[in-house]
Design a binder for this molecule. Sequence first.
Ligand code: TZP
Ligand code: MG
Length: 217
Amino acid sequence: MPKLPSIKPMYDLYVVTDEKLSRGLTHAEIARRAVAGGANVIQLRDKDKSSRELYAIACEIREICRDRARFFVNDRLDIALAAGADGVHLGQDDLPIEAARRLAPQDFLIGISVGNADEAVAAESAGADYVAVSPVFSTPSKTDAGAGHGVAAIREIRAAVTCPVIGIGGINADNAAELIDAGLDGVAVISAVVSAPDVTAAAQNLSAIVQDAKGRR
Ligand code: TZP
Ligand code: MG
């Protein structure tokens, strides 16, 4: 299955799908509208669906993203590999990066959530393609994510690793530029795009904010 060639992945706007936080859209429709608005990455995230359902959705999003955006699956390396996704996003309690690498093809991307510089350094040494500061701010979208690590953590983590650093948790059009200024390579969001009345317009707006902020530094 052809992948995007070995162009460096862009993480400017990374949209995590969540049907419960959307205004009645399916994962695939969220992905379609977010990609139309310029999202560089789509992550399929659903903790409730069966493997069979998730696999079917992942195959659909794989086609929506093809040649336009990278496609990651949250947690489920098996679904990501089976559907031909570009990568998997892992948490600190998920499969270790080294184990995931052993199962994945060479150019498969692995991202991981981190909460501090030590976790980021360990993730990079283990071969992570990006680290996600999680959560940057506390967020009702994931109440068990805990307190936000804040802008200071972004600066520390940015200084500790050379791989791309993105952030997730409470990020929106009002604070994204400040977080890019603090060192993020991209912003990952659910509600700022997925819950918006116009998903495509929200993605376009956030994407422009991130690109402007990166252009200024
Ligand atoms: N992981 C850490 S915070 C979060 C996830 C999945 C939720 C982010 O949602 P929002 O609406 O962008 O704050
Ligand atoms: Mg996880």
